[in-house]
Design a binder for this molecule. Structure first.
Ligand code: SF4
Length: 262
């Protein structure tokens, strides 16, 4: 959905037409690939730690300095280690909303004893983008919304929007940004998200609108197809704000998600 908001044409090429286009996302190509692998590796380490695996054993398995730095920063993030309640890492939820099926994969959900449910999302960015940038992300809007909708099926009880908090933790600078939720925001998100899906469903077969900003094209594999240049962006100057374009997220699909019973 973030792809659709960033550029309807990219969404069409990637998900509607399934276009395989051999454009390089960023250069040096191997460094970008390596960075994606490091991110996935870090997420696996944290998942295992949250499941209770031995910290020393996990630490000993790391032979990459970048992953080591992220891991050390994670271990120093005391707040999350002291957070009481049931910890559910890498939890995938599937919800029907307005007649459409939505799926979200949470890095970590914590069901705390006072009824508050905390969503924690690990970002392997070198620094934390602004609060405003995070607040506008589809992930922020959708993950809180889907949690409220799926709570009964997953936790066996209702969770109000006021009981939901989302925390982004950034490995590069160790910053944590928290986002509370409210009934008003929940209502706005529901209308917004369903409106987006309806818009997608109503689009025809012609070429969907291209991104307004060329900057979004620098790290997009379709740039030559769209006449937006032939030169890939550089990994060295890749801003975290471009992370979605460069595929810096963990891919998953509906096939990875169990349906939640209601
Ligand atoms: S190159 Fe630009 S306009 Fe074309 S799909 Fe990618 S982001 Fe959209």
């Amino acid at each position: 959905m973030q792809d659709y908001v960033d550029c309807p044409r990219r969404f069409q090429l990637r998900y509607v037409e399934g276009q395989a286009w051999p454009g390089v996302v960023a250069e040096p190509f191997l460094e970008n690939e390596r960075q994606l692998e490091r991110g996935a590796w870090f997420h696996r380490l944290v998942e295992r730690h949250q499941l209770g695996m031995d910290e020393a054993l996990l630490s000993a398995s790391i032979d990459d300095p970048q992953v080591r730095d992220w891991w050390d920063a994670y271990l120093a993030f005391e707040w999350v280690h002291k957070l009481e309640g049931g910890h559910y890492p890498e939890l995938a939820l599937d919800v029907e909303l307005g007649g459409y099926r939505f799926a979200a994969k949470y890095d970590l959900l914590v069901d705390t004893p006072n009824g508050r449910v905390v969503i924690v999302d690990w970002k392997t960015y070198p620094y934390a983008p602004s609060r405003r940038w995070f607040a506008g992300r589809l992930q922020t809007r959708l993950y809180r919304l889907l949690l409220v909708e799926a709570a009964r099926g997953f936790l066996g009880r209702e969770v109000s929007s006021e009981q939901v908090t989302m925390v982004y933790w950034v490995a590069g600078d160790g910053r944590a940004l928290d986002f509370e939720y409210s009934l008003q925001q929940f209502d706005e998100d529901r209308v917004f998200v369903l409106g987006l899906v309806r818009e997608v469903m109503e689009r025809g077969d012609g070429e969907w609108p291209l991104a307004g900003e060329d900057r979004r094209c620098g790290y997009c594999e379709f740039r030559s197809l769209c006449g937006r240049g032939n030169v890939p962006g550089s990994v060295d100057v890749l801003c975290v704000e471009d992370a979605n374009s460069a595929g810096w997220g963990l891919d998953f699909g509906f096939w990875d998600v169990e349906e939640v019973g209601f």
